[in-house]
Ligand binder design. Structure first.
Ligand code: 3PG
Length: 210
């Protein structure tokens, strides 16, 4: 199952990170992204609406690869699994949380910014980690140096990635997918700027295959 998720993530390659304040925005935002060619979204547990938004998206878009983001504790892991998340992301590495989620059968993608954290994740059987905040922690240069050491560890960088540098990250052999807020920002979602979101999704998908 984990391998399956990794493969779908690699195929999707682009992961819009969503901060949803009102759950009724979840469906139109995903519609707008899918229209632009996006196949995966990550809904962050930064808002009270996250849990309901996850369930709405799972129900309405059974085909979408659905991630739960900013998952910081067991309660949120439980909720994300219940909601049908395909993978669970955290900004940082907390061993207890990774173990807890894996025991529940979840594909855990913990944030790892240092080789020490990456090695701990690898010891747990994790093969894909988030690299956050990617640009601040050395960007593609850091990923190339680190990736070269570990061989089969793959990264999902986020944090400071946008249209102008996404291709650089996607061209790195150790990068499985890149995430970011830029395609559908919190403000765009709150304002219902769905055309702009589709346009950004389109730009990203086109840029990816250039
Ligand atoms: C995340 O949760 O990964 C970040 O908020 C995404 O980073 P960005 O806002 O710089 O795109």
């Amino acid at each position: 199952k984990m391998q399956d998720v990794y493969q779908k993530l690699e195929e999707a390659a682009l992961v819009p990170v969503l901060v949803i304040d009102q759950e009724d925005k979840a469906i139109p935002v995903c519609e707008a992204l899918i229209k632009g060619g996006i196949r995966c979204v990550e809904i962050t547990y930064r808002t009270a609406a996250a849990s309901k938004a996850m369930r709405l998206v799972r129900k309405n878009f059974p085909e979408i690869l659905l991630g739960a983001g900013t998952v910081l504790n067991r309660g949120q892991i439980d909720d994300a699994v219940d909601a049908g998340a395909d993978f669970i992301v955290s900004p940082g590495f907390v061993k207890e949380n990774v173990v807890y989620g894996m025991k529940k059968g979840a594909t855990m993608i913990p944030g790892c910014a240092t080789p020490g954290e990456m090695e701990q994740a690898m010891q747990l059987g994790v093969k894909v980690v988030k690299f956050f905040p990617a640009v601040s922690f050395g960007g593609v240069e850091a990923l190339n140096l680190i990736g070269n050491v570990y061989g089969d560890l793959k990264f999902m960088p986020t944090g400071g990635i946008n249209y102008s540098n996404m291709k650089e990250f996607l061209s790195c052999p150790y990068v499985i997918a890149t995430g970011g807020i830029w395609m559908a920002t919190r403000q765009m979602i709150n304002e219902g700027a769905y055309e702009e979101i589709t346009e950004n999704a389109n730009l990203a998908v086109t840029r990816k295959s250039e």
